[in-house]
Every structure is written in C-alpha cells, then in structure tokens.
Design a protein around this ligand. Structure first.
Ligand SMILES: [Zn+2]
Length: 69
C-alpha cells in the first residue's frame, strides 16, 4: 500500500519541526509549511521554503507514482 501523509487532518505541533538538507545542512523550512509526504517518492511537500532555487527546465512525469494523485 502506498504511504502518503497529508496535513489537513494533522494537529499542528507546539514547536515546529525544522527541515534541513542532509548534505549541506541548509535549513529549507519547517513543519508549519508542511503539505504532504510521499514515502514511495521519498518526498516532502511544503507550501513555502527558503534557500531553494528553481531549475530553469521543468520535468514532467507521465507514469508511475510521480505522475500525480
Ligand atoms: Zn543541500
């Protein structure tokens, strides 16, 4: 079974969880901006983030778990 977790039914934490890059330790955001996690894709989705650059080229996936919900 696909494991995903979406925020609307979640109770906010008293103290936000800070999300940090494992490689360079840059702080990316916190759990106040959490939207969803998707275990199969190993992704977390935030409404907003800091210290993030956006690639000039957009990649679109048309099959598999990454194609959308
Ligand atoms: Zn990094």
């Amino acid at each position: 079974m696909e494991q995903s977790l979406c925020a609307p039914s979640q109770t906010p934490l008293d103290t936000p969880l800070v999300l940090q890059c494992q490689t360079c330790r840059t702080i990316l955001g916190d759990s106040n901006f959490f939207v969803c996690s998707q275990a199969q894709l190993q992704t977390l989705t935030l409404r907003g983030a800091s210290s993030v650059s956006i690639a000039e080229e957009t990649h679109v996936v048309h099959s598999g778990a990454a194609q959308g919900w």
